[in-house]
Structure formats: structure tokens, C-alpha cells
Design a protein around this ligand. Structure first.
Ligand code: EPU
Length: 420
């Protein structure tokens, strides 16, 4: 199993190009199941979760191939399997995103029930409720969600009890081929939802309201293929900007519209960084200063993203002052705090809040990654620590960060991947 060895103490300095967004690419790839004809998707990142989604689509009968330029070609016309098996779903929860498209296109689907994971119980009850509201009959048998709508789905008016990104995505994909108009209320407003809606629209879907909390979808009889370029990964970009701030360095990210970063850049400014933005670039510069502690409360978009919480925990661990980091989206997403304590961080957990007293420095130690974003935060902690940090179980990081060690090396970090 691979590990990362980080020798801290180097200020990051340089420029990186933002990758395509994992969390936009996954639903968009699932949505190709709705299309007649070939879909060419550009800017698909090279990540383990993307490879898993490609494997899942092939297992459903789709023809998939990757081009050298990072693009992916998917043709689902021959796809007639409707089962997403346990072996794939257990390695990637986002496999649940094929439920809505399979049901809408084929009138039935069987998707292994995703269990809990390291960051929380993560139920899918709201995905199921939304599809039931569209007339699907759904049961749970042998660990599978079995869904049927032999005469097609019907337009409906449905309100989500709580805001869910994946639930919104499944519902909007299914509603695109339903008979009649669907109104979805209290939907997620994340930029990745906007990207999915734009992709569906490019295939012929009739949808309005993306970026607001109400989506209106007029079902159409069929969708067609086409070419679409996925949005940049705002969480990857945010992670490198935080790494710049934590190390007192400077990083410029290109190929990104800075407006999608929202509160991430506000919080970096509160931490004392100078953040400059231009047309398709953003730069964070700390000029050798120690960051100021910054309070965080995670919330659905446009609030502070839960996927950036762990990275700001690492920043606060070496900041001047005390910070409160409160996680409200997932019930168990402060795991990185325990590993950071092994590096000398002063963190007390009270319920869903980490109270962090910033220390002038951390010390390298062997630590273990528990999930994707926790792994990224341990890399940041390693970059600022004195001595050597060994991060084990980095298969988590390969789910969401393309070539993280190569990118950080190009910014001046001392980081290596080792096997065994
Ligand atoms: N929830 C329910 N019932 C449901 C669905 C969700 O109670 O049917 C709860 C969840 O348990 C959670 C909250 O609602 O407490 C929000 O979950 P959501 O459905 O919004 O999350 P998700 O769709 O499972 C996506 C991202 C996550 C990201 C969250 C929140 C993808 C593939 N995953 O997950 O990304 O943290 O939205 O923004 O888009 C990551 O990239 O590291 C990651 C975990």
C-alpha cells in the first residue's frame, strides 16, 4: 500500500492548472446513461473514483474509452444492464448516482445499498423519496435498492427535507425523462449541480432554476449525446491555496473562474492571506507570515464547504490564536484532528466542534488517512511540520487529487510516494 513521505518546512511557490472537478464529473458521467448517441466529456480528472465510474458504466453495457487529452468518450446506446453491483458501490458511494438515470431510461434499476462510511452514516432515503414521488416503486432486498417504473416516471412537486447534493442530482436526472413537469424544492445549489444541469441542457433537457433552491424540469422523451467540458475542481484549488497559506508561500491556480470559490477565498483573507483574482486565475500569497486563526462552520452552498473543513483545520493548527471549526453537514468528519494531535496540534473536540489553539510549529509523525479530505489536511500538516511525516492509507487521496505529490513537488515541496 502506498504512503506519502513529507519533509516539511518549505514555502510553496508556483503555479498549477486546476483539474476538472471530481464531484461534477461523477454525476455527469452517470447522466450519460440518459443519452442516445455518443457523449464526449472533456477535462475529466485522472482519479480512482473516475476509473470506478467508468468500470460501472462498462458493467452496465456502455462503451467507454479515455483519450490522451483527458477526455472520455461514453456511448450508452447498447447499455441494457440495470444492476450496480455491491463490489463497485462499496468502493465508491457516488455509484448511487446511476439509480435515477437507469430508472428513467429503462424503467427499472437495482443498485447496491451504499453503507455508511468514515465521515458519517450517509443515508440515501431522500434519493428514494424523490424517485417515489415520481411514481417509482422501490423496495430494499438482499442489500439492493430495487426500483421500478414500467410505464415511466411522472412529473411531480417534491420538497427535500434537507439539502442533499446527490439526492438533487439523482432527482434532476430522473425528472429529465419523466412524463410532465417536475418541481424540486429545497434543492442543493452547489456549482457542481449547476454544471450537471448545464450538461443535461446541452443534451436537450428542459430545466430552469439551477443555482437557486427550486429546479423546474419539463420532461422530454429523449436526450442526445454531445460534447461537454466539466467545470474546474474548486476543492482541489482551495486545497492548494490553503497549502500556500499554511506554509507562508504563494500559489497561483489557473484555468478556474475564481467566483466558484465563494467563501473559501473570504476565509483565506481572514487568515491574513493576500488573495488576488483575475480572468481564470486566483493567487494566494502569505509572504512568510503566520496565518491568523479563522472560525469555520460548514454548511451547504453558498455556505462554507464541508470538503474544505479539514484543510482549514490544518491551517488553524499552526495559526496565531484560537479557532472553532464546526462541522454541520456530516456527523463524523473531524477524524483528522486526532491524527494532527500526534503531530503536536492542540485540538479539543466538543461535539461537532474542534477547538484549535494554533501552535508555532508541528512535528512530523507517522499518521493515517481516514478519508479523502482528511488525507489532504494531513499532507498540509506535513508540509508545515518539522521533520518527516509519513501518511499511510493514501489510496483515499488518490480518489480525489490527481498527482498530488507531483504538483506539490513542482511548488517546491519535499514529498515522495513510497510503496509497501
Ligand atoms: N443525507 C440524508 N439523506 C439522503 C442524502 C443525504 O440524510 O438521502 C444527508 C447526509 O447524510 C449528509 C447531508 O445529507 O449529512 C448532505 O449529504 P449530501 O447528499 O449533500 O452529500 P453527497 O451527495 O453524498 C456530495 C459530495 C461530497 C460532499 C457532499 C456535501 C460527491 C460525489 N460527493 O456527497 O464530497 O462532501 O456532497 O457537499 O459529489 C468529497 O469529495 O470528499 C465528498 C465527500
Amino acid at each position: 500500500m502506498d504512503s506519502l513521505i513529507v519533509r516539511g518546512g518549505h514555502r510553496l511557490d508556483g503555479t498549477l492548472r486546476a483539474s476538472g472537478s471530481k464531484n461534477a464529473a461523477l454525476p455527469i458521467m452517470a447522466a450519460t446513461l440518459l443519452a442516445q448517441g455518443v457523449c464526449r466529456l472533456e477535462r475529466i480528472p485522472v482519479l480512482r473514483d473516475i476509473a470506478t465510474m467508468l468500470t460501472l458504466l462498462s458493467s452496465l453495457g456502455a462503451t467507454v474509452s479515455r483519450a490522451a487529452d483527458g477526455g472520455v468518450r461514453i456511448e450508452c446506446d447498447q447499455a441494457c444492464e440495470v444492476t450496480a453491483p455491491y463490489d463497485l458501490v462499496k468502493t465508491m458511494r457516488a455509484s448511487i448516482l446511476v439509480l435515477g438515470p437507469l430508472l428513467a431510461r429503462h424503467g427499472k434499476a437495482a443498485v447496491s445499498f451504499p453503507g455508511g462510511c468514515a465521515i458519517g452514516s450517509r443515508p440515501v432515503d431522500l434519493h428514494i423519496q424523490a424517485l417515489e414521488a415520481m411514481g417509482a416503486a422501490i423496495s430494499i432486498e438482499g442489500g439492493y435498492i430495487l426500483a421500478e417504473a414500467p410505464d415511466g416516471l411522472l412529473g411531480t412537486d417534491f420538497t427535500f427535507d434537507i439539502t442533499t447534493v446527490g439526492g438533487t442530482e439523482n432527482a434532476v436526472m430522473a425528472a429529465s425523462l419523466a412524463n410532465g413537469t417536475t418541481v424540486l424544492r429545497n434543492v442543493a445549489r452547489e456549482p457542481e449541480i449547476v454544471d450537471l444541469v448545464q450538461f443535461l441542457r446541452s443534451m436537450g433537457a428542459e430545466i430552469t432554476g439551477e443555482g437557486t433552491d427550486i429546479l423546474t424540469i419539463r420532461g422530454v422523451p429523449c436526450l442526445t449525446g454531445g460534447t461537454y467540458s466539466v467545470m474546474p475542481d474548486r476543492i482541489e484549488v482551495g486545497t492548494y491555496l490553503v497549502a500556500a497559506a499554511a506554509t507562508g508561500g504563494r500559489v497561483r491556480m489557473t484555468d478556474i473562474d475564481p467566483s466558484v470559490l465563494g467563501v473559501i477565498t473570504d476565509k483565506l483573507r481572514s487568515a491574513g492571506a493576500s488573495v488576488r483574482e483575475g480572468d481564470q486565475w486566483v493567487e494566494c500569497e502569505m509572504d512568510g507570515k503566520r496565518p491568523q486563526a479563522v472560525d469555520i462552520m460548514t454548511e451547504p452552498f453558498p455556505g462554507f464547504p464541508t470538503d474544505m473543513q479539514a484543510q482549514f483545520t490544518a491551517l488553524n493548527a499552526v495559526a496565531q490564536g484560537e479557532a472553532r471549526v464546526t462541522e454541520t453537514v456530516f456527523e463524523n468528519r473531524l477524524m483528522q484532528a486526532h491524527e494532527m494531535r500526534r503531530m503536536g496540534a492542540h485540538i479539543v473536540i466538543e461535539g461537532n466542534t474542534a477547538i484549535i489553539s494554533g501552535q508555532p510549529s508541528l512535528q512530523g509523525a507517522p499518521v493515517m488517512a481516514s478519508d479523502l479530505r482528511a488525507s489532504a489536511s494531513l499532507v498540509i500538516a506535513g508540509l508545515v511540520a518539522s521533520g518527516e511525516t509519513r501518511i499511510d492509507r493514501i489510496y483515499h487521496i488518490d480518489r480525489g487529487y490527481e498527482n498530488i505529490e507531483g504538483n506539490l513537488q513542482s511548488l517546491g515541496a519535499d514529498i515522495q510516494r513510497v510503496s509497501g
